[in-house]
Design a binder for this molecule. Sequence first.
Ligand code: RUB
Length: 322
Amino acid sequence: RHHAVDSAVASTADDIAEMRTRGAATIADAAAGALATQAKRSEATTEAAFRTELRAAAKTLYETRPTAVSLPNALRYVLRGMEGATVAELRASTIDQAEAFQRELAQAQSKLGTVGSNRLRDGDVVMTHCHSTDALSCVEAALEDGKEIEAIVKETRPRKQGHITARQLREWGVPVTLVVDNAARRYLDRADHVLVGADSIAADGSVINKIGTSGLAVNARERGVPVMVAAQTIKLHPDTMTGHTVEIEMRAESEIVSDDERADIDDEYTDDGLVVENPAFDVTPPRYVDAIVTERGQYPPESIVTLMRELFGETTSEPWEP
Ligand code: RUB
């Protein structure tokens, strides 16, 4: 039997895996909240059993999706604060640490928004891809400064997170032009910025974000449109400092070809020669990125590694390891 992982943790993990909870910052927040719930509801009677339970919960959450490093970073942050000589102390410290994490996450996002908004001038048009709460925070801060901002929103196939972005921007009164992904290059003529988020940032300044970001960035460079990446420092991937690469999640083919369509194809062709691949993310090399905007200020991608060293120091172990 699994080490008494609470049902609320299991359902948070399920929500992340099935993308009912999605986006790197939102996933990190939910994971920290789930560890707090595990701590609150734990029936462990010994300190060792409590620690084992919390690590098992962290592992369950970690094994949902591989690309957004905010998830293991969140788990590590919370487990690092699990301290005390009794179960009661361990419980209290874990809950405190999870809540501190969630507070800092929200504060970092709003601080980052202020930094990012300084790049946006009154009347600017931003082109977005996917749905990033960090990217939207920059627009929100610009609007609060009284700037008028317009948006060209890429639909973002296959899951159309662009519609979430469009809805949020309309709620703020921002004029939105929604376009299919293939129209992006044509509409870059009208854009003053490409504004995207990140799931992970590697030590060389590469940006890992929703599939299609790299093509957008290359087209933007060709058109002379600056690319701005809004990413809290929780998106910095510590393992990449020691040469590890970021795993790109491959999702189900059913997001692209329905089961019925697949059955039709299989009826017609019997040789299994049609393969559908569905990578959820891609890697944008640093030379196509103009600025990475964090709560610690804006960085050229090439110097993000200095911030990573400062924040993470030496390589860290898996979040559930002692
Ligand atoms: C979401 C995505 C977002 C980043 C940043 O992908 O690529 O751009 O996660 O989001 P998915 P945020 O929908 O597959 O999770 O700024 O909110 O952390």
